[in-house]
Design a protein around this ligand. Structure first.
Ligand code: ZN
Ligand code: ZN
Length: 416
């Protein structure tokens, strides 16, 4: 017995006037999603808890069976794992942006949080920054790795560090670069904040004089003369899924965060060719990669990103199209599996992202599953509304993995 777990990011939505009062899921043509609802069981799920708008990181932790209130230790370490940086227990990782800064009396003003988004010099600039050695803490080393566009990750390694430090990124242009502050009274947080502040200042000094930035200015591009830091995190202390349930599990995802959460809970990482995590993503390639690796896995997690992108862009018509792309992917998956005898398919979202709000909100997400022995219910279509009456009722995100593992016969009887 094997299971496919598909999470369509931010798929949940609200009724939308532009869609005649339907949600994007109701408005989309989804024969394959509806088929799974018809032969299987549906429900709704509060990935964290009712009324709590989930972040993608906490929501995925919960869906993988780890209560984020207990296990969430910031986003940074997931990002680092997701871009292929090794993170040791105790290392503090931060997400970073190359940015364009302007020196002013009150401090460094943020002119462009993304330094024009295109920073092909990122690898070379990171190399130069990595030559710097810390003055405030001689026992700590750091590595800055550029990933894509203006983005990267900074990892601090050494004794006595804490992820309880605030961002230097003010998240708003025209604001000044913030001083990182300890978020609790610990000496570890104080030490880490000092390091972050030293690097923030030192990186600007190194970058502003770099010839590559002079070339950018000569070409009329904004210089990448600063590094904004945010989302400090450490690896969560979890018993990974492979140990907890004795399964082999893998992830098919393109975006760093989801790959990172999957890696942190013991999944092997795969990326489908043409999976861009954008509107252009090749959904059939994602399905093919998942089917290719299914034989050597008990559980394959597939992350589908563009539904959330369309919602953040406030575009319900585009979200409908992305849901139809998801439906096509599910169709290809169903063709390649045996739902009567061998395989389970489970499909849900990590949170609701209403196109009208353009951000995550706290409503439950729809959930469907089908496979050998799964009880049916009266639900024959897949949407937020249809699933409300389903046989799975209303779950918490952390309840989902035990349900899947029970079907795979990987759980033990409680009592005797
Ligand atoms: Zn999400
Ligand atoms: Zn989102």
């Amino acid at each position: 017995m094997k299971a496919l777990l598909i999470v369509s990011d931010g798929m949940g939505d609200r009724p939308n006037k532009k869609l005649g009062g339907k949600t994007p899921l109701q408005a989309a043509k989804t024969p394959n999603l509806d088929y799974v609802a018809k032969i299987g069981c549906c429900g709704i799920m509060d990935t964290i808890a009712p009324g709590i708008p989930p972040g993608s990181d906490t929501a995925h932790l919960a869906i993988f069976g780890y209560d984020p209130h207990e296990y969430y230790t910031g986003r940074g370490a997931f990002e680092a794992l997701g871009v292929g940086i090794h993170v040791n227990p105790g290392d503090v990782a931060l997400r970073v942006n190359f940015a364009t800064l302007q020196e002013e009396e009150k401090g460094l003003r943020i002119v462009d949080r993304r330094a024009g988004r295109k920073v092909p010099e990122g690898d070379k600039l990171a190399e130069k920054l990595n030559e710097y050695s810390l003055k405030t803490a001689k026992d700590v080393e750091f590595t800055l790795k550029h990933s894509v566009e203006h983005r990267g990750v900074l990892v601090l390694s050494g004794p006595g560090l804490s992820y309880k430090v605030s961002d230097t990124d003010s998240h708003e242009i025209q604001e000044t670069v913030q001083e990182s502050k300890p978020l609790d009274g610990s000496k570890e947080a104080l030490k880490t904040a000092k390091i972050v502040n030293e690097l923030s200042t030192a990186f600007h000094k190194i970058l502003k004089n770099d010839p590559l930035n002079q070339e950018r200015i000569n070409r009329g591009e904004p210089p990448a003369n600063g590094v904004l830091m945010r989302g400090a995190g450490i690896l969560p202390k979890v018993i990974p899924l492979n140990e907890k349930y004795g399964i082999s599990c893998s992830c098919v995802a393109a975006a760093a965060l989801y790959r990172g959460v999957a890696a942190a809970v013991g999944m092997k990482l795969y990326k489908a060719p043409g999976d861009t995590a954008t509107y252009e993503t090749n959904e059939e390639s994602i399905a093919k990669t998942a089917l290719d690796i299914l034989p050597e896995n008990d559980l394959v997690f597939i992350h589908f990103k563009p539904t959330d992108n369309a919602a953040h862009d406030g575009n319900p018509e585009l979200k409908v199209q992305m849901i139809e792309k998801l439906d096509n992917m599910v169709g290809k998956l169903i063709e390649g599996i045996d739902l009567e005898n061998e395989h389970y398919i489970v499909l849900t979202a990590d949170h609701t992202t209403p196109c009208t709000i353009r951000d995550h909100t706290g409503e439950p997400v729809p959930l469907e599953m089908a496979g050998p022995g799964v009880r049916t219910d009266q639900t024959t279509a897949f949407s937020e509304i249809d699933c409300q009456g389903g046989g799975l009722g209303r779950l918490r995100g952390k309840d989902l993995m035990p349900i899947i593992m029970d079907y795979l016969r990987k759980t033990r009887i409680f009592g005797s």
